[in-house]
Each structure stands twice: as structure tokens, then as C-alpha cells.
Design a protein around this ligand. Structure first.
Ligand SMILES: [Zn+2]
Length: 174
């Protein structure tokens, strides 16, 4: 971002207010140099203000200032990253494996846990081996019985054929 004259003056004043030991002329020179090159790594002027304050006031755990000079204010750094405005909408939250419409933590799962129908570890997860509805159970049983009957019929036919061959073989023997 390239600062206007007014923005440059205001940013200089803010930095000087935060760190009076930083001379206004030095700050202004650094911002002018940045302006003549890439500009500041700012989305907008408010971002530049926040980053400048963050840079100027950052302290070590012992309470000392992190930055001793304004020299690196225009360089991309964590001070610009942590003060970036939220722009794009947040990525969509992951959803429950079983209740696809519910963002996690799933409220439906939570209700079931409260009722004792689901263990807490199964929050947001699909229950393994969900019972089939009764009509599907009946249909599966009917198909199984059919398959058994077919297998039995084929087995009987095989037996009948081999017996017939056996008899005819005997009959052909002189
Ligand atoms: Zn769920």
C-alpha cells in the first residue's frame, strides 16, 4: 500500500506517540522510502495503523520492547500478519458423519448422548452397524430362503443326473 501524504503524517504521529524516543524525522524517512519502493504490506490504512502499533508496542515476557528502532516497520512480519483484517468468509465448518446437515459439535449427537442413546466418544461419528428397518430385514430373510431352496433344487438335480449316468453305465456293460 502506498500512503498518501496525510496518511504518512498520521502514521508517523502514531508511531512517535507509541515510542517518543523514535524521532519523527526518522519515522517519516522510513515510510517515504517504503512508499518509493513496494509500499507497506497493508490491506488498508487501518491495517497499517494496527500493524504500526503492534510493531511499536510489542514486548518481551520481561516487559522490554521487542523493536529498538522503527527501521523494519515496512518489512512483512508477524505484526502485519496478526493485524490483517478478516476478509474472506471463514471456511465451512466440518459436519457430523451421521447427521450431515449439522456442523460439529453435532447437536443431534449431543441430544442422543444426553438421552444415553450414544456414547460420548461417538460424538460427530457414524454409528457402526445401524439396525435395518423391519421391512428390509423381512426382505433379506425371504431372499436367503429362496437362495437356499434354489441351492437344494440344483443339488437334487445333480444327484439325479449322476445316478442316471451310473445306471446307464451299468446297463452298457455286457
Ligand atoms: Zn451427529
Amino acid at each position: 500500500m502506498i500512503l498518501t501524504k496525510s496518511q504518512g503524517e498520521r502514521l508517523t504521529a502514531v508511531l512517535h506517540a507509541a515510542r517518543p524516543e523514535w524521532a519523527t524525522a526518522s519515522i517519516a524517512k522510513i515510510l517515504q522510502t517504503a512508499n518509493q519502493n513496494e509500499g507497506l504490506p497493508a490491506i488498508d490504512f487501518n491495517h497499517a495503523l494496527r500493524a504500526a502499533i503492534a510493531y511499536a508496542t510489542a514486548c518481551t515476557p520481561e516487559g522490554n520492547f521487542v523493536k529498538q528502532t522503527p527501521g523494519f516497520i515496512a518489512e512483512p512480519s508477524r505484526f502485519w500478519e496478526i493485524t490483517t483484517p478478516p476478509e474472506a468468509p471463514q471456511p465451512e465448518r466440518p459436519r457430523c458423519q451421521e447427521h450431515h446437515w449439522e456442523p460439529i459439535p453435532c447437536r443431534v449427537c449431543q441430544d442422543e448422548i444426553n438421552l444415553g442413546d450414544r456414547t460420548p466418544e461417538m460424538l460427530n461419528k457414524r454409528k457402526p452397524g445401524l439396525p435395518l428397518p423391519p421391512e428390509q430385514v423381512a426382505l433379506k430373510a425371504q431372499r436367503a430362503r429362496q437362495a437356499i431352496r434354489q441351492a437344494q433344487t440344483i443339488g437334487q438335480a445333480d444327484n439325479a443326473t449322476s445316478e442316471a449316468e451310473h445306471r446307464s453305465g451299468t446297463a452298457n456293460t455286457p
